[in-house]
Design a protein around this ligand. Structure first.
Ligand code: NAD
Length: 471
């Protein structure tokens, strides 16, 4: 009866399915599963002429690799169980995409939509100071990033607070990722999770063999997509998928209901409408509005992209979902029981720990850039450009053909930071997908989620054994 399970218990249930297939030494699976450290703390934040107490969390799930890494959720209901579940997923996610970090996650119990920027700033700075004095933040210790309810602005406050406290640390910028580019961030981080979702879905559709089980053809052309949650991840995923030739976003679910248009929705126009009307999709022109978002979530489409909260696809609606593919952009959107139902129905779930790993992958690039103290490509860009230029001139001489000016510029252009970030992310999503499919073939009859868990747990187990922590 997994519908009564907490978020952590759902993650553990998925974990146990994978463990049953691996032959690990006694006790090691349990060691990998449990959360290493979890702090829960409260602090006062000035509010007008008084104070308010803010509750906060940070979980470091696994320290088999340092630093640990994971976002901070700014959400009024965030709780200890949720933070531990998300930290556990981070450990597995990093392993799946070969990012050398342990998993972590944080939470600040405030509603960012209702608080002033000043209050959020004071809470963020105090949260950072608390982490610093508790030794839960630092470039080699634990490196936060954005999650729900926050973004570049909050990461800049964290970096600035840490730099003030750790002024002796030359690597202070690497204490947090997801910073604005002008303050030590990296090009492409903001959209990285959504971009990774696009790349991951592309991987599945690359081979007719991989999608034929669910009754779809290869390629994204002509596919209808429904997205739940048009925040950072959902907006970018929807925008990039809509740019794929012939792919259209037919439905969007948000907090206040959902909208539908068979011909496809203009994602940027919906986002603008949400900004102008303070958050909702209601009243968006040229689409049918449904107060009950479930109608659109279960509407006729090929791919459903949950990009909001956990526990959105449960036993209550799993049988009504018409999508043939669930692309988990959010963390934990499908319960373990619903996953089982969907698998029996031949629906493919592309699991969260793989599909939304674009954020942590590009965060890894940002962290490496901060430690290197140099922008990617600064040394090579002109070198590459000059070499390709000379090669093209040689081709001209040998073939007696002239390239056009545009051809010269486009082909010879050296790669910028954004080109390198995108290529690195694409390569990561391809390699990891191939590893997950290999595991799926090795254990016939398992879904992609179990295969991804197997890949991840196997790597963490190997790390512990190589460290000599386990005989
Ligand atoms: P966000 O706060 O930017 O966006 C969340 C969106 O979901 C908002 O538009 C919100 O209005 C909407 N929403 C909230 N409740 C909803 C509901 N009941 N129904 C429909 N929509 C609802 O958050 P985000 O950073 O985009 O994160 C979304 C999910 O992706 C989370 O599960 C998060 O853990 C996961 N994730 C985020 C990142 C990242 O880099 N930000 C990385 C990996 C995973």
């Amino acid at each position: 009866m997994s519908e009564n399970l907490t978020f952590t218990e759902n993650v553990y249930k998925n974990f146990d399915r994978a463990i049953a297939r691996l032959n690990l030494p006694r006790g090691l699976a349990e060691k990998i599963k449990v959360c290493n450290s979890m702090i829960q703390f409260s602090f006062p934040v000035r509010d007008g002429d008084g104070f308010r107490i803010v509750n906060a969390y940070r979980a470091e799930h696994s320290v088999h690799k340092r630093p640990t890494k994971g976002g901070i959720r700014y959400e009024v209901h965030v709780n200890a169980d949720e933070v531990v579940a998300l930290a556990t997923l981070m450990t597995l996610k990093c392993a799946v995409v070969n990012v050398p970090f342990g998993g972590a996650k944080g939470g600040i119990r405030i509603d960012p939509r209702k608080e002033s920027a000043e209050f959020i700033e004071r809470a963020t700075r105090r949260y950072t100071a608390e982490l610093y004095y508790k030794n839960f933040i630092g470039p080699g210790v634990d490196v936060p990033a954005p999650d729900m309810g926050c973004g570049e602005r909050e990461m800049a406050w964290i970096a600035d607070t840490y730099a003030t406290l750790a002024h002796h640390d030359v690597d202070h910028l690497a204490c947090v990722t997801g910073k604005p580019v002008a303050q030590g961030g990296i090009s492409g981080r903001k959209e990285a999770t959504g971009r990774g979702v696009q790349f991951g879905i592309r991987e599945l559709f690359r081979s007719a063999d991989d999608v034929k089980g669910c009754g779809l053809s290869a390629g994204l052309g002509g596919k209808r997509v429904v997205v739940q949650g048009l925040g950072n991840v959902g907006y970018h995923a929807a925008k990039f998928l809509a740019e794929e030739d012939g792919c259209r976003i037919v439905g969007i679910c948000e907090r206040d209901g959902a909208i539908w248009n068979d011909a496809g929705l203009d994602v940027d126009a919906v986002r603008r409408h949400m900004d102008e009307t303070n958050g909702g999709v209601k009243g968006f022109p040229g689409a049918t509005y449904f107060e009950d978002g479930d109608k659109v979530l279960c509407g006729p489409c090929d791919i459903l992209v949950p990009a909001a909260l956990e526990n959105q696809i449960t036993e209550a609606n799993a049988d009504r979902i018409q999508a043939r593919i669930i692309a988990e952009a959010a963390n934990g959107p499908t319960t373990a029981a619903a996953s089982e139902r969907l698998f029996q129905r031949g629906v493919i779930v592309i699991p969260d720990l793989y599909l939304n790993a674009g954020g942590v992958t590009v965060s890894y690039f940002e962290w490496s850039k901060n430690l290197a103290h140099i922008r990617f490509g600064r040394l090579e860009k002109r070198l590459e450009e000059g070499r390709t230029h000379r090669l093209m001139q040689a081709i001209e001489r040998l073939t007696d053909r002239r390239f056009g000016d545009d051809e010269f510029t486009n082909v010879a252009r050296g790669a910028d930071e954004i080109d390198r970030v995108r290529a690195g992310l694409d390569d990561t999503m391809r390699t990891s997908y191939a590893e997950i499919r290999t595991a799926q073939r090795r254990f016939p009859g398992i879904d992609l989620r179990t295969a991804a868990y197997i890949v991840a747990i196997d790597k963490v187990a190997t790390s512990y054994m190589q460290l000599g922590v386990w005989p």
